[in-house]
Design a protein. Structure first.
Length: 110
């Protein structure tokens, strides 16, 4: 991360950027939406929902988990994934603050 100079930004900036980057692929958005539609999910079920190879789905799950957007627990030979509500709450708060600031601004600058 040296080239991006992330150390020059706050922890909050870096945290939100990590979450946003993890959401920067349509397959990951589809995974999040699928996990929202079920209680828990085994990786194989996700593979059946997406037009991607199992290895590709696993890589996307890894990115989402590393960013903290999903949690996974091992159950036998399978990994069960679910949404990490704390991460979603941080994103919700971030975007709510943007909305509040835009509403207060009340000007169309461009």
């Amino acid at each position: 991360m040296g080239a991006t100079k992330t150390e020059h930004f706050t922890g909050k900036h870096n945290s939100i950027a990590i979450l946003a980057k993890a959401l920067g692929h349509p397959a990951r958005i589809a995974i999040i939406e699928y996990l929202l539609s079920v209680e828990t999910c085994i990786c194989g079920d996700i593979v059946n929902e997406l037009p991607l190879a199992q290895a590709t789905v696993s890589q996307h799950l890894k990115e989402l988990k590393n960013a903290g957007l999903i949690k996974g627990s091992i159950e036998g030979n399978a990994v069960c994934y679910c949404i990490d509500e704390k991460a979603i709450s941080r994103l919700q708060t971030y975007f709510a603050n943007i909305s509040v600031k835009l509403a207060k601004k009340k000007t169309d600058c461009c």
